[in-house]
Design a protein around this ligand. Structure first.
Ligand code: FMN
Length: 339
């Protein structure tokens, strides 16, 4: 039985994971949704010059100020990306990934709901309020976890889907364990659909996940190496060039470890060099701003816009196996081959 998201059924058991700092925007998400998977826009660091523009004061008729929120500051670009994705993939499923660690998490959550995201995917921690808001507004919610405890709690609080993310994933990591080690206990522990993420590379992995009782998989790294991925060509070339020994774990101001490719910037980090910076974004609840070792927003936005020497290139542990850029259509076909 395919997963039901609101009134829509998931045609193929594949989620393209949200990738922050403009790696997964409407172009990638709509291409995946049109192929029958879930396309995910990441709400992380979409700010542009008009970032203080206010959008609206209500979300589905509720005045956001009554919820103690600022009226949609910083959310203009997210609403625009969702609108464009839905225009390009009117029958597909568009999700929005919002990291709980973001300073403006609630504003972005309300914006995503108001703009018609089919599914909210919450990562990097969670609070009970998110479940209450999604329940009240009849909004499907998936939660990214790495432990049985967090999966059980999410189910009890009202999550519709659990995404188990392993230590082989790209970006920030909640664990360093491999997916095949942590997934079976979590699948066993909850009744709601479970999706496996982190280290899923090919159709063999997809089949293995389904045979364990998972309802689908979420991939990031493979979707970066597609024509439709919104990142700069130089970012994708780093994936093609990567060797196993280039894949490193670094410290992030988010307060979690993260996986990235070796480059001159990461070499400076490994020497524990402090990289002076301003704090133009105030993007993270957990970041000490100008006192942090570096500005994660600045270096992620640099790499995605092409400066892969001075920026941070997030990747999954399997990145060194990527050897060509393909279309989303071909990748989806390859992943679901013989299912
Ligand atoms: C470049 C990049 C950026 C990512 N950014 C985010 C993010 O902002 N939020 C999040 O929850 N996950 C993020 N992820 C994780 C992916 O959504 C996905 O779960 C993960 O990459 C799956 O592992 P895989 O890369 O081995 O397929 C990112 C991954 C990559 C490769």
């Amino acid at each position: 039985m395919p997963i039901k998201i609101g009134e829509k059924f998931l045609d193929k058991p594949i989620i393209q994971g949200g990738m922050g700092a403009k790696v997964s925007l409407h172009k990638l998400a709509s291409a995946v949704a049109n192929e029958g998977g879930i396309g995910t826009i990441s709400a992380v660091l979409l700010h542009e010059k008009n970032r203080n523009k206010e959008l609206t004061y209500t979300c589905k008729g509720i005045e956001v100020e009554k919820l103690g929120l600022k009226p949609y500051l910083y959310a203009h670009e997210l609403a625009r990306e969702i609108k464009k994705a839905k225009e390009k993939a009117p029958n597909g499923i568009i999700a929005v990934n919002i990291m709980f660690a973001l300073t403006h998490f609630y504003e972005l959550l309300m914006t995503a709901i108001d703009a018609g995201a089919d599914l909210i995917i919450q990562g990097a921690g969670f609070s009970k309020d998110v479940f209450k808001i999604c329940k009240k507004l009849d909004q499907p919610l998936a939660v990214i976890v790495s432990s049985v405890k967090a999966a059980r709690l999410s189910e009890r609080l009202g999550a519709d889907i659990i995404i188990v993310e392993s230590g082989d994933a790209g970006g920030h990591l909640g664990t360093l364990e491999p997916i095949w080690k942590i997934a079976p206990d979590i699948i066993e522990a909850v009744k709601i659909p479970v999706i496996l993420a982190g280290g899923i590379f090919d159709s063999k992995d997809v089949k293995k996940a389904l045979s364990l009782g998972a309802k689908g998989v979420q991939l990031g790294t493979r979707f970066v190496a597609t024509y439709e991925c919104d990142a700069h060509e130089n970012f994708k070339k780093m994936y093609l060039k990567a060797k196993k020994e280039d894949v490193l774990i670094i410290k992030s101001p988010v307060g979690m470890p993260a996986r990235a490719l070796k480059n001159p910037f990461v070499e400076r980090l490994l020497k524990e060099e402090k990289i002076p910076h301003k704090c133009p974004f105030n993007c993270l609840k957990t970041c000490p701003g100008e006192d942090s070792i570096y500005c994660i927003a600045d270096v992620l936005l640099k790499s995605v816009s092409g400066d892969v020497e001075n920026g941070l290139v997030f990747c999954g542990s399997n990145v060194y196996k990527v050897n060509e850029i393909v279309s989303v259509k071909d990748l989806m076909k390859e992943l679901t081959n013989d299912l």
